[in-house]
Write a protein that binds this ligand. Structure first.
Ligand code: GAR
Length: 188
């Protein structure tokens, strides 16, 4: 039986697309839908191209259990947060122990927490003259970016690098490693 994976995204969705392409045509994973809390997000266009339904919901539906009920009805057994910016409610974490993973575009515990997402992270890394950054793949718990770390991968930050340069290096790490780490977790 394939793992039934739900991807949550809030923005562009390039990680969502990359993960779905990685598992395309394989028997071990299916992606019944992408869930997104923003109607205008570009991830909906990517979903169309991939011929996967994308569902828009709001914070209230996440918090009142509607989304959890949908996941259970659709027999989802693994959840991937790929650029998803809302907090996952405790009821969902309890229903999916160690089955919800997030990617963060920095080396946690540095540059994490509420408000630290996307370009804001890379801007802070450059402003602080860091010489390295990277990605953290971690389990999701009830606090932003504090769940158990599964793996981290690093890249160099060179003097003169802009936040956009760092974003590019971090995205490259995300595209290379996030699908592979998901694959390992599914086969555990
Ligand atoms: C990714 O870089 C991801 O690590 C980051 O948002 C970007 C989403 O890009 N996530 C966070 O900042 C979570 N705190 P994408 O929509 O193109 O995949």
């Amino acid at each position: 039986m394939p793992n039934r994976i739900a991807i949550f995204a809030s923005g562009s969705g390039s990680n969502a697309e990359n993960i779905i392409n990685y598992f395309s045509g394989r028997p071990d994973a299916v992606f019944p839908f992408i869930l997104c809390n923003k109607k205008e997000a570009f991830v909906h266009e990517r979903a169309k191209k991939l011929q996967i339904p994308s569902i828009t919901f709001d914070k209230n539906q996440l918090e009142n259990g509607e989304i959890l009920a949908l996941l259970q009805k659709e027999e989802i057994d693994f959840i991937v947060l790929a650029g998803f910016l809302l907090k996952i409610p405790e009821s969902m974490i309890a229903a999916y122990p160690n089955k919800i993973v997030n990617i963060h575009p920095a080396l946690l515990p540095d540059y994490g927490g509420k408000g630290m997402y996307g370009m804001k992270v890379h801007e802070a890394v450059v402003a602080n003259n860091e010489r390295e950054s990277g990605i953290t793949i971690h389990y999701v718990n009830e606090r932003y970016d504090e769940g158990g770390i599964i793996s981290q991968y690093k890249c160099e930050v060179l003097p003169g690098d802009s936040p956009e340069n760092v974003a590019q290096k971090v995205h490259a790490l995300e595209y290379e490693y996030f699908p592979k780490v998901i694959e390992e977790l599914l086969n555990k």
